[in-house]
Design a protein around this ligand. Structure first.
Ligand code: GTP
Ligand code: MG
Length: 350
């Protein structure tokens, strides 16, 4: 899972990135990637049972990107490498400046700027594909192209109404098709308001205020990125004193990771063994075959069955033999929808 940290010039992207990476920051204004483990007590427990050589937590990656200012996407003046990275991301973390940085401070206005850029960028992409279809196929009868055209026209009407593609309801097949376009406004977005040091303790009020003015489905967090970046460089004892002083209840890593897991609708399945105990992040609703594919594409192709035990059952019955005896050890097929905390062992053919 990959999330791009985006925002206007000077909004605090790199500072937030430093807070998350513990100071191991890129020297330039963008380009770094930080990987954060998703804390998981179930995996801690299983590690205690299996004593594996290695324990691997589910991971979310975040990357710093170049600034997006008004007109940057529309006029294609945005950094192309950053844009590429954004298109490949699973979600965005949009940082809005609310500290004095010498520029006018208006988080809502900055949100609208980026939101509009995304809509315009997607619109341009849809229009250019529609033009190409028209040129290539004209009035020729081709059902699959006709279907694509209908879908894209639906997208265009939606974008014209200034609605992001994330709230366009389409069939599963159409959704798959749209994914290929990597539309920016179709990806989930979270907002981080970057407050001044003086406001670091009034985060809740700031969040409530902004949330009431943003579109409904957008989750919001408030931080003071500068304080968090300083905090990330301190020893644990120093951190405790500093957090008390500024009224910071929890460091940013934990808060961001929970927000990301929530926004992306992530769950984890687990694999165990003497070699490795591991949590694999997947989206809610993923079937057993696709879940196997996250381990290895081969496992998806050659999938036979998934030996499945729910984590709670494993704990309750004291391990696999107990689960088998109790009849809660199952063999599931390709279409089984994997549940959070399922312990899986994939059986695959040759
Ligand atoms: N007071 C205050 N200053 C901050 C905060 N966050 C960032 N800054 C300052 O704002 C300036 C810009 O921050 P950056 O993190 O470099 O912003 P950026 O979004 O990466 O900027 P570009 O990469 O140039 O687009 C720096 O001088 C930071 O120290 C904050 O929470 N409070
Ligand atoms: Mg930067």
């Amino acid at each position: 899972m990959h999330i791009s940290i985006i925002g206007k010039t000077g909004s605090g992207k790199t500072t937030l990135f430093q807070a998350l990476s513990g100071g191991a920051a890129p020297s330039g204004s963008s380009g770094g990637i930080v990987s954060i483990d998703v804390p998981d007590e179930r995996l801690d427990y299983l590690t205690g049972v299996f004593h594996p050589r290695k324990t691997v937590y589910a991971r979310v990656e975040l990357s710093d990107t170049a600034a997006i200012d008004e007109g940057d996407l529309k006029n294609e003046t945005v950094n192309q490498k950053s844009l590429q990275q954004m298109r490949l991301s699973d979600a965005f973390l949009l940082i809005l400046a609310k500290f004095e940085n010498g520029l006018p401070v208006d988080p809502l206005c900055d949100f609208r700027t980026i939101f509009t850029e995304f809509i315009l960028s997607d619109m341009a992409q849809v229009e250019s594909r529609l033009e190409r279809i028209e040129k290539q196929y004209g009035k020729r009868d081709n059902p699959s192209i006709q279907q694509e055209k209908t879908l894209l026209e639906q997208c265009l009407a939606h974008l014209n109404a200034e609605k992001p593609l994330s709230i366009l309801d389409v069939s599963e097949a159409d959704d798959k098709h749209l994914r290929g376009f990597q539309f920016l406004s179709r990806k989930p977005m979270m907002v981080v308001v970057n407050c001044s040091e003086a406001e670091s303790a009034s985060g809740e009020a700031i969040v409530a205020d902004l949330k009431s003015r943003l579109p409904e489905n957008i989750p919001v967090l408030a931080v003071c990125a500068k304080l968090e970046a300083e905090l990330a460089l301190m020893s644990e004892e120093e951190q405790a004193v500093f957090m008390e002083e500024y009224g910071i209840k929890e460091t940013i890593r934990g808060r961001i990771i929970r927000l990301a897991v929530d926004t992306l609708g992530l769950i984890s399945f687990l694999t165990v063994g003497e070699d490795e105990c591991r949590a694999w992040p997947i989206k809610k609703g993923t079937n057993a075959q696709d879940a196997a594919g996250t381990i290895h594409t081969d496992l998806a192709h050659k999938f036979i069955r998934a030996e499945t035990v729910a984590y709670e059952a494993f704990v309750h019955h004291g391990g696999f033999p107990g689960c088998k005896k109790a009849g809660v050890w199952r063999l599931e097929g390709k279409t089984y929808i994997v549940q959070d905390g399922d312990i899986l062992c994939i059986r695959a053919g040759n």
